[in-house]
Design a protein. Structure first.
Length: 162
């Protein structure tokens, strides 16, 4: 069981690298025609880009399906992919893009940095010119920017204006 949880967590961490590479080289590459829907403003619930969520869900289901009756490593890999998918949905779709209105403004430096990095990624609505392709890993420059932004907001709250 402990080994299985280790495999699941390793898969979860590895999925960030897989997601980064897929996003940079495949979604902003030959499958841009599907991912483009995510970089354009619209007022409908679903976009063509959501097909990638189904792809990873199907991949996880295949790992579950082909695991043996006894829970083996394939089951735990499927669980890691699923866990990453849940994190992706909550962080990317709910928190960052507000597809479900659940979160308000946050004073958490990490979450602010994630949001900033994603906004920079979407600054370019084109196939080329984007940066920050990951979901959970954030470059140090966004942490610094988020920290300074929050510090400035806290200082302004305490200021007395006459």
């Amino acid at each position: 069981m402990l080994m299985g949880i280790g495999i699941m967590m390793t898969t979860f961490v590895a999925m960030e690298g897989v997601a980064w590479a897929m996003h940079k080289y495949v979604l902003h590459g030959f499958l841009w025609f599907l991912h483009k829907s995510h970089h354009t403003r619209h007022n409908h619930i679903f976009e063509w880009n959501d097909l990638f969520f189904a792809y990873y869900g199907a991949l996880a289901m295949l790992f579950f399906y082909f695991s043996s009756n006894a829970i083996d490593y394939k089951f735990w890999i499927g669980a890691g992919i699923t866990l990453y998918g849940v994190a992706y949905f909550v962080i990317h779709d709910v928190f960052i893009h507000r597809r479900i209105k659940f979160f308000g403004k946050t004073s958490n430096v990490y979450l602010r940095a994630l949001n900033m990095a994603h906004k920079v990624h979407h600054k370019s609505g084109h196939k080329y010119g984007s940066e920050a392709f990951g979901m959970l890993w954030v470059n140090r420059k966004y942490f610094k920017a988020a920290f300074h932004t929050l510090k400035k907001q806290q200082a302004n709250r305490g200021a007395i204006h006459y």
